[in-house]
Design a protein around this ligand. Sequence first.
Ligand SMILES: Nc1ncnc2c1ncn2[C@@H]1O[C@H](COP(=O)(O)OP(=O)(O)O)[C@@H](O)[C@H]1O
Ligand SMILES: [Mg+2]
Length: 345
Amino acid sequence: MAVFSNGGIGIDFGSGNTTVYLEDEETVYREPTCALVSRENASEIFALGKDAHRMIGRTMQDSALISPVSDGGVADSDLAAMMILSAAEKATERRKPFEKSRLAITIPHGATRVERAALASAVQLTGAKKALIMKSSVAAAIGAQLRIERPRAHLIISVGSCVTEISILSLFGVVASRTMKTGSLAFDEAIVRYIRREKGLVIGLNTAEELKKDIGSAIAPDKPSDPVLLRGRHVRTGKPSTESVTSLDIARALEEPIRAITEALSDALYNVPPELAGDILEDGIHVTGGGALLEGFIEKLKKETQLDVFMSAHPQDDAALGAGRAASDDRLARHLINAGSAFEV
Ligand SMILES: Nc1ncnc2c1ncn2[C@@H]1O[C@H](COP(=O)(O)OP(=O)(O)O)[C@@H](O)[C@H]1O
Ligand SMILES: [Mg+2]
């Protein structure tokens, strides 16, 4: 008799978002990876995920918003376990979601031994049996339907919240990988800095994120958008104040972090082992992660690398999808374990 009666559950446990994919229902559930905890005693939790995120800017004096994942690595196993379990319960609408479904959860390639152990103990604390921890770039490649089983090199660049990971994959494994601490959150921070410097207005990260999604672009627009009115605090007086910005302002604000990513990509391409370079030249680059949804991002990478650049229809779901497939397919899981891309806990 099979241990698990249902399809697998794949979880991309990112520093910004926890994305859950249910293989049976082919559905995706996403919520922010954050918790509202007591300042006095961090093990006293007031709210998790969406409920906690709603409290940004409205928190009481005695509470703080924290994430159990920092720079892509698990910092707090107990809290991580509670977040994983709570997100899976919400996604499946059942208690003990891992009783009948196998779990596969992602970890960055660059995670340290300590971070890996912390995630493994978090997974055990959720009550999941025989769960799989798998490398996020490999999970994303599977979710995006890259044929990583072939003896061919694939270059995948993942732009998450806090980190960007550039990896070369082949035969189910990671051949080379580099991680930089510039992710899509760095875009929001760059917008906050720009508006403070150029407009004398202090805005919050949430407002900056909205601007990025609404009018942001990796390439300066030919014609600026209509001005958007922003409310914030005046830098000097501290009083409430309004200013207007256009898409051109936001594109300028994003120049620096975008350049950091394109330079890292160029550098990675320059260092590709010669026997793999031909494959990448022919097949191009695959982009994944929510950060890749920035307007003009694909076009910018094409321009900078002079290569073909591809993205799936759902870059922010790729990693959870790939993990879900590995959780549901024993043969695939076996290949990943043998290639060092996954291990069982
Ligand atoms: N339409 C969009 N345009 C630009 N950025 C986006 C868009 N949708 C999501 N993002 C960004 O994607 C990031 C989250 O990506 P995600 O892959 O979930 O990260 P992680 O798994 O590291 O938490 C956020 O910084 C968010 O602002
Ligand atoms: Mg992610």
